[in-house]
Design a protein around this ligand. Structure first.
Ligand SMILES: C[S@@+](CC[C@H](N)C(=O)[O-])C[C@H]1O[C@@H](n2cnc3c(N)ncnc32)[C@H](O)[C@@H]1O
Length: 220
């Protein structure tokens, strides 16, 4: 299955490996910062594509004894990531699973972390994807969504377009993304405003996008 505005798995993997590294570093650093004081548990990467993010996390000492699930609606994307996982001997640590971000195949309160990058904009029911993320988190668990802003600065968008072009990848479809205010409105509509923060850095490559950080409260 090839979703709207997505390239085939092999092309996406090449793009992710060659052009997204600066964002991988930011996303992985943020996840490890949030996980540092947590007990090992299960982490799902929603819309994982070829599982670049779980592979990076599994190599990080902060994630010793964690288990990872790479979830994607498109099995061909997951299949594109399997050889790398096998090559690194990570099959017992990273499970790849077909599933929908809007109807997560996990029990309530079963995961320590749920992360998702560059996937929210693909989802017809964005609100449900946020309530699903919250549902599967254990108390004290953390949800993290990073995605590109539609209201990105033209200069940064041009820089991203050039980085994509350098590896033969077409410009992004910026019109399908949400703005920072729309992301805030989604979180409020999902009833998660009290336990979430929606932010975007003012400078650097991170300013291309926004972050939704959800902290599921511990019982009182
Ligand atoms: C732009 S890619 C991002 C991949 C990866 N997270 C990254 O940052 O490189 C979006 C991914 O979301 C997946 N996707 C789209 N709709 C989905 C859904 N409803 N549930 C799960 N995954 C979905 C696509 O198949 C694709 O692999």
């Amino acid at each position: 299955m090839l979703l709207k505005n997505l390239r085939p798995a092999d092309e996406y993997d090449r793009f992710a490996s060659q052009a997204l590294e600066p964002w991988d570093v930011l996303f992985v650093a943020r996840i490890r910062q949030l996980a540092r004081d947590m007990a090992p548990g299960a982490l799902v990467d929603i819309g994982t594509a070829t599982a670049v993010v779980p592979v990076r996390l599994a190599a990080d000492p902060v994630f010793t004894d964690w288990r990872f699930v790479g979830l994607d609606l498109d099995e061909t994307m997951l299949n594109g990531g399997r050889p790398r996982i096998a090559e690194l001997g990570l099959e017992s640590v990273i499970e790849l699973k077909v599933g929908d971000a809007q109807n997560l195949p996990f029990a309530d309160g079963s995961l320590a972390m749920a992360v998702s990058r560059a996937t929210l904009h693909h989802l017809p029911d964005k609100l449900k994807s946020l309530t699903e993320m919250y549902r599967v988190l254990q108390p004290g668990g953390i949800g993290l969504v990073h995605d590109m802003r539609r209201d990105v600065s033209p200069a940064l968008l041009e820089k991203f377009t050039q980085m994509r072009a350098a590896v033969g990848y077409p410009p992004t479809h910026v019109e399908e993304k949400v703005t920072l205010d729309e992301a805030r409105a989604l979180v409020a509509e999902a009833g998660l405003a009290d336990c979430s923060a929606v932010t975007s850095p003012g400078i650097g490559l991170g300013a291309l996008g926004f972050e939704i950080l959800i902290r599921k409260p511990l019982p009182a």
